[in-house]
Design a protein. Structure first.
Length: 651
């Protein structure tokens, strides 16, 4: 039984022997960021750690309280972190190895959340003074702590078998969404308020008040920074009576100013603030204090940018009960998409990030329905189809999804899951995803079926596919479980490959479908555009370029029995590794598809639509040449399909 603590502070002891120190160091070695330290550094840190016992219900730190000189690692027990509200809202639950309460490492501002022991806990209490030198020496350690700086909320380790954000991203196997957007470049473009060092404190304070600024940069005659005055300086040095308002600002300004170059990333700014122990970074023409001031970055600015962190979006989606907040989160994801496109971030990474956010929204909608309707009558899996199934849905296009539930057909069971599907579909519609015009929706009985029914459907598609079946199959066969029990999806996949192995028809018909849209090789001379309707004289980027690539990748992946690979880009990479004779072509196809995804997203964001239809006149010379090269690759890829699946023969 643990010794019980009294009040907010628990009973604390300091390791007094090498045995305890070694035990602490061994525990820290198992969890980041301490696992990133050298053994000697970890041992030295462990020697300065104290051990605190707290009883269930004890408040470890409280929202609004001034931070102490320590942060915490949970050795044993469970701690809840919540915002006071109203309403009171759970932020996170910490368990063994989680680091929390790190705000004292970065800022001397009040905690933004409250931490309470759920049961009896053992905490390792780490002095800030012991950790600060490690941040300066180790960028990875600094980056880890920087991610949690905003509130002293817990920073979770990456758990076995799961990613920090819970979403699968680019590359082979699970890759975590970074908790910190170190690729995002900060644009410090807002006007900087400046004054001379001889200006009075009163005058500077009036200027700050008039313009609504919390700081003013003190500059010399060449507009180079020599100091900075903040609200904090005014409170601690003037309001307290230590200095008079008629004194020059040079008497209380902070100096020297910490300066950075333009184009600094979010991660770099956070690390710099940690290392320099400052709340503002002055952006100058060349990054030094000898050049002109061009901008200012505050820790508040970083906090705002953190709201565009995909991991934070996903965590927000998982805990909210508010549909408007889910809508806002998906809108944020699209804004982050625009930032990534501006910086030419990998389309695979961006698509994975956006897909992970959408998956989190789906999962939360499912949970909200279950919370009101009760436990589902059977195991089920929500299947993302189409572009979301392939993790390629960058824009808010239409919904494509299905549902599979365990066992055989049952009218009452199907009715329960149809109600769930309607709730989720309505929620996605509120987030900007329009229902599929063709009715591909789990809210339709045709797409909400038992495992037995789906197996029978797959068997029919594979054995006797007509043209309509093939079209349905191209939508369904990119399925990916995004909520519920993924084992049901795996069982479908196993069954599908067994059926494909028994027939010589299905892959040949899929190949015929993939060849049904030849590339417009005369693109530069005469655009293949829509001849009538709403999109008359516009080029259909999806139909003419993206679908032929996605269809080819799908049929070749099925031919090689590459299970569990949905992304068109990753499919081509896998095929390139398997077929050395076509390696260059498949790698070129992967690059082509990534370019097309970015072009579509770019035009979609610009015109606030799904980006499918493009005015040829809007394409610049580089776009046109790029598309010409892509069409040549599509033609060569379709030639491979013709040889492998000739008319009248299959496989």
């Amino acid at each position: 039984m643990l010794a019980r603590s009294a009040g907010m502070a628990g009973r604390q002891m300091t390791p007094s022997s090498n045995v305890i120190q070694d035990r602490v160091a061994e525990f820290l070695r198992r969890y980041p960021p301490f696992s990133l330290l050298e053994p000697v550094e970890r041992s030295e840190l462990a020697a300065r750690v104290s051990i605190r016992y707290v009883m269930a219900g004890s408040v470890i730190f409280r929202e609004g309280a001034k931070p102490g000189d320590e942060f915490y690692v949970l050795r044993q027990g469970s701690v809840e972190v919540h915002e006071q509200g109203p309403p009171r809202q759970l932020v996170d639950v910490c368990d063994e190895g989680d680091v929390f309460g790190v705000r004292p490492l970065i800022a001397r501002e009040p905690y933004l959340a409250t931490a309470v022991a759920v049961d009896e806990c053992i905490l390792y209490v780490v002095p800030v003074a012991a950790a600060q030198p490690l941040l300066k020496k180790n960028n990875r350690v600094a980056l880890y702590f920087a991610a949690a700086f905003a509130s002293g909320r817990p920073h979770q380790r990456k758990r076995s078998g799961a990613t920090l954000a819970g979403g699968r991203l680019a590359g082979e196997g699970p890759v975590p969404v970074p908790f910190l957007n170190d690729t995002i470049v900060l644009n410090a473009t807002k006007k900087v308020l400046t004054c001379s060092a001889t200006e009075t404190i009163r005058s500077a304070a009036l200027a700050m008040t008039e313009h609504g600024y919390s700081s003013i940069v003190i500059a010399d005659g060449a507009n180079a920074p020599v100091g900075i005055l903040t609200d904090r300086d005014l409170r601690s040095k003037v309001v307290t009576g230590r200095h008079a308002a008629d004194e020059p600002v040079s008497a209380i300004m902070s100096r020297p100013v910490k300066t950075v170059r333009a184009g600094i990333t979010l991660a770099e700014a956070m690390i710099e603030m940690i290392r320099q122990k400052v709340h503002h970074l002055c952006v100058t023409a060349d990054g030094t204090d000898g050049s002109e001031v061009t901008g200012l970055i505050s820790d508040h600015d970083l906090l705002l940018v953190q709201g565009f962190n995909p991991a934070i979006m996903i965590k927000e989606a998982r805990k909210t009960s508010s549909l408007p907040q889910l809508v806002a989160i998906r809108k944020k994801a699209e804004e982050l998409l625009a930032k990534y496109l501006e910086q030419d971030v990998s389309a695979l990474y961006v698509a994975g990030m956006v897909s992970a956010v959408t998956d989190a929204i789906v999962q939360r909608l499912v949970e909200l329905h279950v919370a009101s309707a009760g436990v589902p009558p059977r195991d089920f899996a929500w299947l993302a189809l189409g572009s979301q199934g392939r993790e390629e849905q960058l824009l808010r296009t239409d919904q494509d999804h299905a549902l599979v539930y365990a066992g055989e057909p049952d009218d009452d069971v199907r009715a329960w899951f149809l109600r769930l599907a309607v709730f989720v579909s309505d929620g996605l519609a509120a987030c900007g995803f329009s229902p599929d015009a063709g009715g591909v929706s789990a809210a339709s009985p045709d797409w909400c079926r038992s495992l037995g029914e789906w197996k029978e459907t797959l068997r029919r598609w594979v054995e006797r596919p007509d043209e309509h079946d093939i079209l349905l199959a191209t939508v369904f066969l990119d399925y990916r479980p995004s909520a519920g029990n993924p084992a049901l999806a795996r069982e479908l996949t196993r069954y599908l490959y067994e059926e494909i192995a028994r027939t010589e028809v299905f892959l040949g018909r899929l190949a015929e479908n993939a060849l049904s849209t030849p590339p417009p090789l005369s693109f530069l001379r005469s655009f293949v555009v829509e001849r009538n309707g709403e999109h008359e004289d516009e080029f259909d980027l999806k139909l003419r370029a993206m679908i032929p690539l996605a269809d080819a990748a799908r049929v070749l992946t099925l031919d090689h029995e590459l299970m569990g690979e949905n992304s068109t880009i990753r499919r081509f990479h896998r095929l390139a590794a398997l077929e050395t004779g076509h390696r260059d072509l498949f790698e070129e196809a992967a690059v082509a598809y990534e370019i097309l995804m970015k072009i579509r997203a770019r035009f979609g964001l610009k015109h606030r639509d799904i980006g499918r239809y493009i005015d040829p006149e809007a394409l610049n010379k580089l776009d046109r040449q790029t598309l010409k090269n892509i069409f040549a690759a599509v033609k060569e890829l379709q030639d491979v399909l013709k040889v492998r699946f000739p008319a009248g023969r299959v496989r």
